[in-house]
Design a protein around this ligand. Structure first.
Ligand code: FEO
Length: 405
């Protein structure tokens, strides 16, 4: 399938409605995704990226119905991760001598994946490739989100091919940003940022400022997943700048797991205590064992503080809690407060260990947390309510102290 972006740029990718997990089983894609590839025609013709490997034959067949493959002059491989480079081996089987433009790290990664010595042309930021009347200007984008990542700007059309940056996992037959449900688009864009780009936020700000510093007009951003930003394309750039700047909303998220519902009862009462102390705050509660971990990570990303709850088991905490602590540690959230709580019957190590895990993951841990012996009765639930109130006011006190400093 081909979709015209304008008179000389065509989308030639694959819309994958069936994709429910990405990066193996690591990232949930409730709304599917797309692997965007683009054919850019001028006096010369360039192909920007390909699609995921399982769709190689379909991709090459479709491309052949659009253009004689031998008439493609340049292939641009912005990123070697296989959702974009996976169809290269099949394509290169037809046109083995065509030049493949990528970064130096792109060569390493493409060779590592496919063990082929294609006609690589290494490019750096500022290098240009003329198509005749227009040219590509290449921009290296290391760690957005792999060391090999790059983008390119097409003069004349004023289009940025941004690869993974500004992407979202959405399958939609209409591929422009003004053609999809806006709330769904926002949800998927922020989830993508939260789960993939958070650790690289300082680089996001630096790279955006570098590109903005070129003072180039911008008519559209063509990422490698999801919609093409043609309606006010700068909206996603502005959102990235907000999200990269230690983004948070007025939200506290409570994440827990439970064996016999004691820790669940604590979670629900703590939420009420927080709301008593801070009426304007949004409080969300997730049983992490029964929730989508990537959706919960998105909620953590939006939160100014989190609470983590687990009963003690085997002198530790429940395994679902270990998983979310590890995910949060990898994402390197900044400027967020936290505390732990949980029930125990015998040794009771979980709260202390969760506090340690939260601190190691970069959260500012407030207080020692709430340990509750046995199932919470009326008195203990009142203590949990007070814990919620005091967590909220401790967080407020800490914020005023920082503002005074
Ligand atoms: Fe869409 Fe980093 O691959």
């Amino acid at each position: 399938m081909k979709i015209s972006i304008n008179e000389n740029i065509s989308w030639v990718g694959k819309i994958d409605w069936d994709l429910k997990k990405f990066h193996g089983e690591e990232y949930s894609t409730h709304r599917g995704s797309s692997y965007n590839a683009y054919l850019v025609r001028d006096e010369k013709t360039a192909l920007v990226d390909t699609v995921w490997g399982p769709f190689s034959d379909e991709f090459v067949d479709n491309l052949q119905s659009e253009i004689d493959l031998h008439k493609i002059d340049y292939i641009i491989a912005n990123h070697a991760e296989t959702d974009h480079s996976g169809a290269l081996p099949e394509l290169m089987r037809h046109i083995p001598d065509k030049p493949v433009y990528c970064t130096a790290n792109g060569v390493k990664s493409l060779k590592g994946h496919y063990h082929q010595d294609w006609n690589f042309k290494v490019v750096k930021t500022g290098d240009r490739l003329s198509l005749g009347t227009k040219e590509f200007i290449f921009i290296e984008a290391p760690m957005l989100h792999w060391p090999d990542s790059m983008m390119e700007y097409l003069t004349g059309d004023a289009v940025l091919f941004s690869n993974d940056a500004f992407g979202q996992h959405i399958a939609n037959e209409q591929i422009f940003n003004d053609q999809v449900v806006q709330s769904e688009l926002y949800e998927e864009a922020i989830k993508y940022y939260a789960n993939i780009l958070t650790p690289f936020s300082s680089l996001v700000i630096k790279k955006i400022n570098e590109v903005v510093g070129f003072n180039l007009p911008l008519h559209a951003i063509c990422p490698s997943h999801g919609v093409i930003w043609r309606d006010n394309p700068l909206q996603i750039v502005h959102n990235y700048l907000r999200w990269a700047d230690n983004y948070q909303e007025n939200q506290i998220t409570i994440i827990y797991d439970t064996m016999w519902n004691g820790t669940r009862k604590l979670a629900e009462v703590i939420a009420k205590g927080i709301m008593k102390s801070d009426a304007g705050v949004t409080v969300k509660i997730f049983n992490i064992a029964r929730s989508d971990k990537n959706d919960v990570i998105t909620e953590v990303f939006k939160s100014k503080a989190i609470l983590l709850g687990s009963p003690t088991i085997n002198k530790r905490f429940l395994s679902s809690i270990a998983l979310i602590i590890d995910l949060m540690a990898g994402l390197k959230f900044k400027n967020k407060k936290a505390a732990a709580f949980g029930c125990y019957g015998w040794s009771g190590e979980a709260v202390k260990l969760m506090n340690e895990g939260l601190a190691e993951a970069g959260f500012a841990v407030l207080g020692d947390g709430l340990k509750n012996l046995w199932d919470p009765g009326e008195k203990q639930l009142a203590q949990a309510y007070a814990f919620g109130e005091s967590f909220s006011s401790l967080r407020k006190q800490e914020r005023s102290a920082n503002e005074t400093d």
